[in-house]
Design a protein around this ligand. Structure first.
Ligand code: PXG
Length: 460
């Protein structure tokens, strides 16, 4: 291996150098500097190793992205071969290249037939940035230029750049750096926390009807699109009640508002379907994609457009004033192509749907359905959330649920499993290549972490 960096430094040495120069994501940097980050040095399959030689079962696929797991030689080979062949070229000078052409062909062979075009980006945030511009452009082209407002959801997550974080509904992100105009939000369909006395079905419909109320409040003639994750990922892996998506779709169609699904987490097999909107049974006009597109081996995202939108832009739109230096980067495209081929040809998405997904859901329910700490288990495919509850009968949550979840995550690291904590929920989303044995280990180590947390909370 010809790595361009030193792999054998002492952990403290790495940590000091990191603290000297590096601002991390979503963390109090001063506190992290005092603690020192874990230094991850190697990954293979579902496992990671840190600089101390400790092994972890990665129950989160990195950040919901390593569908194929770590260390796949075919992806390495695809990147190396493409770097040798054509390490870079752009899409600006009336040019293209074979990798991006074949990637697009394969992508649309996996998507439902009413999608036809994609705009490539380097990330999910960028996909949602270009979404806003594309949706507004579409309405300009079809003669309704006043349709500009995007409606998102509180606690939704669509990325960290300015416009993407504005579409998202994380208020603490809006507070850092501000908002953009012409964005509005409605509530999230989080029945466990906010459903009150309503049944999930009633609550799902009630949340969806907020969209109608918001459209009418803002003026139908002003609303361009509604963006949402099919299930909320970063906001806590929250599944909407079944009544939600059909009603949202009806409203979008009735008021001619584009339905924009953020598939950055849900896409590429996570639910056992290729895309999460297929699992939930609705038909968005646009899809934001990233993460699993390349299994996280290299940055790449995109915005997928329905034929209706693409036709208007291509046939009537003239110059589309958008482009990134790295749109459709050949190396990223080659890796994405190899990744999608593997997901398809090795039957990985099918295995998630028919075997490993149902298996994970079953063992989670066997272990946690009657656990004193867990009020609800949500999930499908290789995706699950465990909701902490102080009183299961009334759905009362712990006042310190965030702290407890964070503690549980820390116990997980100690036990050698990585699970994600958020808002009193523990989340897992392992690589799609997980075997039954690895899922057993994931659930067993998670159980130990949850039991340790339950002891702190006085529940065991
Ligand atoms: N949309 C969704 C639905 C996402 O989950 C993005 C867009 C932005 O993608 P980029 O590639 O710009 O990061 C995301 C990202 C977490 C976590 O801890 C989730 C994300 C990113 C970082 C952490 O759950 N999702």
């Amino acid at each position: 291996m010809n790595l361009p960096f030193e792999l054998k430094r002492q952990t403290e040495d790495y940590q000091q150098a990191d603290a000297a120069h590096h601002i991390h994501a979503f963390v109090d940097q001063k506190a992290l500097n005092a603690e020192g980050p874990r230094v991850m040095v190697r990954g293979k399959g579902l496992y990671l190793w840190d600089s101390e030689g400790k092994r972890y079962l990665d129950g989160m696929s990195g950040l919901w992205c390593t569908q194929l797991g770590y260390g796949r030689k075919d992806l390495t080979a695809a990147a190396a071969a493409q770097m040798d062949q054509l390490s870079y070229y752009n899409m600006f000078f009336h040019t293209t290249h074979p990798a991006v052409i074949e990637l697009s062909e394969l992508l649309f062979s996996l998507l439902p037939g009413h999608y036809s075009h994609v705009i490539y980006t380097n990330s999910g945030s960028e996909a949602n940035e270009v979404l806003i511009r594309t949706v507004r452009r579409y309405w300009q082209v079809v003669g309704k230029p006043q349709k500009k407002i995007m409606i998102g959801r509180w606690n939704g997550y669509h990325g960290s750049t300015l416009a993407a974080s504005a579409l998202g509904g994380m208020k603490f992100m809006h507070e850092m750096g501000g908002m953009i105009p012409d964005v509005a939000h409605i509530d999230e369909p989080y029945w466990y926390a906010q459903g009150g006395e309503l049944t999930p079905t009633e609550f799902g419909r009630r949340c969806a009807l907020q969209l109608e109320e918001k459209i009418l409040e803002l003026g139908v003639e002003n609303v361009a699109g509604f963006i949402a994750e099919p299930f909320q990922g970063a906001g806590g892996m929250i599944f909407p009640p079944e009544s939600y998506w059909p009603e949202i779709q009806r409203i979008c169609r009735q008021y001619d508002v584009l339905l924009c699904a953020d598939e950055v987490i849900g896409g590429f097999g996570r639910t056992g379907e290729w895309f999460a909107h297929e699992y939930f049974g609705f038909e968005p006009d646009t899809l934001s994609i990233a993460k699993g597109l390349t299994s996280g081996y290299i940055p790449m995202g995109g915005l997928v457009l329905s034929k209706r939108i693409a036709d208007a832009l291509v046939e009537q739109g003239g110059v589309f004033a958008h482009g990134l230096t790295y749109s459709g980067h050949p190396v990223a495209a080659a890796v994405a192509l190899a990744n999608l081929k593997a997901l398809r040809d090795e039957g990985i998405v099918r295995t998630v749907k028919e075997d490993t997904g149902p298996y994970l859901q079953q063992i989670l329910r066997e272990v946690f359905a009657h656990h004193p700490m867990i009020g609800e288990i949500q999930g499908t495919g290789l995706l699950a959330a465990l909701q902490f509850a102080e009183d299961k009968s009334t759905r009362k949550r712990f006042d310190n649920e965030n702290d407890l979840a964070w503690q549980c995550r820390t116990f997980g690291f100690e036990e050698g499993v990585i699970i994600r904590s958020t808002l009193g929920r523990m989340i897992m989303a392992p690589a799609l290549v997980a075997t039954r044995g690895e899922l057993d280990e994931l659930v067993e180590k998670t159980r130990i972490a949850v039991d340790r947390t339950a002891r702190i909370a006085g529940k065991l």
